[in-house]
Design a protein around this ligand. Structure first.
Ligand SMILES: C[S@@+](CC[C@H](N)C(=O)[O-])C[C@H]1O[C@@H](n2cnc3c(N)ncnc32)[C@H](O)[C@@H]1O
Length: 249
């Protein structure tokens, strides 16, 4: 199946099947992996690092905790977690080999703390039940084929009392602000993505993946439906970024 960005509207994606969407997303990230970090920093003016620190602060992992970073990509959250608490035991999981290769290369350079990277699909992980003391996810939940199934799978691998924190772009509740953000997100990001990231098509898909994603209150409710207690979210930058959280009771 030959996917193009335009064809990835959810109805088409659903028709084409979960496997095809997964393969499309994996290939797209393989294409942009070499310049993914640089593109992120330039498109957010470096703010993404600050948002990650907020997410890690919300997770507040205790020393020596086993933390899972889902859709770890090149490892930004994994290394951020280890910077915040070097005693952590952090596992990153992602299904895109080139993104993981970059994470592994960074791990060798940084050589701080205990980081391991595993290739796998977050919708069906090979970890046993209750294997982790906490979990994070950054800028990825929009990309999975089934958000609810993914949330249930994350819930499964957390021990009772463990928290999950999800950082992602979101839909600003204020109309004016949303218009301004949309102009940047849907207009400027693809152009910058073409120049810096090396693929205008990929950076057109990434913003579009937000269109059919639940808004912040809906996503919080889906955390609750997946079984998470005390589900909530912290809106940042006028709600264009949100950090959702919940705890396995
Ligand atoms: C936008 S990147 C985010 C990377 C990293 N979390 C960050 O904050 O920079 C999305 C990542 O999700 C991964 N991904 C998407 N769907 C996945 C799935 N079902 N299973 C595993 N990884 C997935 C992609 O391969 C990609 O590396």
């Amino acid at each position: 199946m030959n996917f193009t960005t335009k064809e990835l509207a959810p109805s088409d994606a659903e028709r084409s099947g979960a496997e095809s969407k997964g393969a499309f997303v994996r290939e797209m990230f393989a294409r942009i992996a070499p310049r993914y970090d640089l593109a992120n920093r330039m498109m957010t003016g470096g703010l993404d690092e600050r948002w990650r620190r907020r997410a890690i602060k919300l997770l507040a992992p205790h020393s020596h905790a086993r933390i899972l970073d889902l859709c770890c990509g090149t490892g930004d959250l994994v290394f951020g977690l280890l910077r915040s608490e070097p005693t952590l035991d952090v596992t990153g999981i992602d299904f895109c080999r080139p993104m993981l290769d970059r994470a592994q290369a960074r791990a060798k350079r940084i050589s701080r703390g205990n980081a391991r990277f595993i290739e796998g699909d977050v919708m069906a992980m090979s970890f046993p039940d209750q294997a982790f003391d906490g979990a994070t996810m950054g800028f990825s939940l929009r990309n999975v084929v089934d958000v609810d199934a993914t949330l249930r799978e994350i819930f499964r691998v957390l021990r009772p009392g463990a928290s999950f924190v999800n950082l992602d772009v979101s839909k600003a509740p204020n109309k004016r602000f949303k218009q301004f953000f949309d102009l940047y997100f849907y207009g400027v990001v693809p152009v910058l993505g073409g120049i810096i990231g090396g693929s205008r098509e990929a950076y057109r898909y990434l913003p579009n993946s937000l269109i059919h994603h639940p808004n912040a209150p809906e996503l919080r409710d889906r955390f609750t439906r997946a079984g998470f207690a005390d589900a909530g979210y912290l809106p940042l930058v006028g709600g264009t970024i949100a950090i959702h959280y919940g705890r396995r009771p």
